[in-house]
Design a protein around this ligand. Structure first.
Ligand SMILES: [Zn+2]
Length: 383
């Protein structure tokens, strides 16, 4: 009986410690897709939305301080249309900041992020998903940087004119000469080279080309879930050596091998999009809206994986890349299925508590939650 009471007290003690730690830590998330719903549905992020994963209410409940808000450029938008799409998403970002100046602001440096958080606000970092957004033009890249874009995935699921994607046929054997110039220019102006989504060859080309820490904003480990979109142990080690950071994503099919296998045979997103592409033809806005509406209605196609699978991913990446080189990159509002226990952004404190239970030190949990991402920002942008 006494032992039971002590056990319960011990448990409460740990829960309280986890809650305090989570509150004190600056929590960063390498990849959040919530701007899509602002652009396509005009969603009001100021209130608690009934669906999806993120809004200012749930960011606050989950203690999410520094979300990287992605300008995701669907690969149906190519050339000048991709640039325009990026601008429209940047406008959505700006409209959210303008509507709630007391709750959210744009962070361009680690220092700006820290002062926004100290003032009780969300410090949102503008990022791009899909290197085709720059339309092969370094001037466009520079202008995006001036708007405050601080990271860019070199590709999305499409191979573009200068970088191969893990989700498409290779055309360059990794990174082309133009791709190397893009990386060099990103280093020079201060934009994180984001290697999530790229092919294995492009990953190592990018790591060889970059003079600064790279980031994988939303990837898991292939040793645990054999998806080509995930990082091999060699890649995790290379990111550690480069001083970069691997942000572990919550997407069920990247987290859990069982879920990946159960869903790969039945799920063909490209195939499902073909009918919409045909229907909308050159009306890309119409296509994007219909495609997003369909995505929002999707439900998990197999039982969701346990939280344990996500924790195993975090443990593995920390072990292989090092505790100084891991973070989180949820993909909130960009995925259909999350692990059990992670319902939305408000669930983030559960990860802190679970890691303490697994024996993680408070210092290492803090680094994972945001310390490492802020360090990389500081090293790359100054201050
Ligand atoms: Zn992605």
């Amino acid at each position: 009986m006494i032992a039971l009471v002590l056990l319960l007290l011990g448990g409460d003690d740990l829960a309280a410690r986890a809650a305090r730690l989570h509150r004190e830590a600056i929590v960063a998330d390498g990849h959040v897709d919530t701007l899509q719903r602002v652009l396509l549905d005009d969603s009001d992020l100021g209130r608690r939305l009934p669906d999806g994963h993120g809004d200012l209410v749930r960011f606050a409940e989950g203690g999410l301080d520094v979300p990287f808000l992605a300008l995701w450029v669907d690969p149906v938008f190519l050339g000048p249309a991709a640039v325009k799409r990026t601008l429209r998403l940047a406008d959505a970002f700006r409209r959210v900041c303008d509507a709630f100046p007391d709750r959210i602001g744009q962070a361009r440096t680690a220092k700006e992020a820290e002062s926004l958080v100290a003032a009780g606000k969300v410090a949102a970092v503008m990022t791009i998903e899909g290197g085709h957004a720059i339309d092969d033009d370094l001037a466009v890249l520079r202008e995006f940087h001036r708007m405050g874009v601080r990271a860019m995935t070199l590709t999305h699921t499409n191979t573009n004119n200068w970088c191969d994607s893990s989700g498409d046929k290779p055309r360059h054997g990794g990174l082309s000469d133009l791709g190397r110039s893009v990386v060099a220019e990103m280093n020079r102006i201060g934009m994180l080279v984001d290697v999530s989504h790229v092919s294995d060859e492009a990953f190592f080309d990018a790591l060889e080309a970059t003079r600064r820490p790279a980031i994988a904003t939303h990837s898991c480990s292939r040793a645990l879930a054999n998806h080509p979109r995930n990082l091999t142990d060699d890649q995790l080690r290379a990111l550690g050596k480069n001083g970069g950071v691997a942000c572990i994503t919550f997407v069920a099919s990247f987290v859990d091998e069982g879920y990946r296998k159960a869903t790969e045979s039945t799920y063909d997103p490209q195939g499902e999009e073909k009918d919409l592409l045909q229907k909308f033809g050159s009306d890309l806005e119409g296509f994007a809206r219909a495609s997003y509406a369909r995505f929002r209605k999707e439900t998990p196609k197999a039982p969701r994986p346990p939280l344990e699978s996500l924790l195993a991913q975090i443990d593995h990446a920390a072990k292989v890349a090092g505790f100084d080189h891991v973070g989180i990159g949820s993909d909130f509002d960009g995925m259909t299925a999350t692990p059990e226990g992670i319902e939305d952004a408000s669930s983030l404190p559960r990860i802190t508590e679970a890691l303490l239970r697994r024996g993680w030190s408070e210092e290492n949990v803090k680094k994972l939650l945001g310390g490492n991402v802020l360090r990389v920002m500081r090293e790359s942008f100054g201050e």
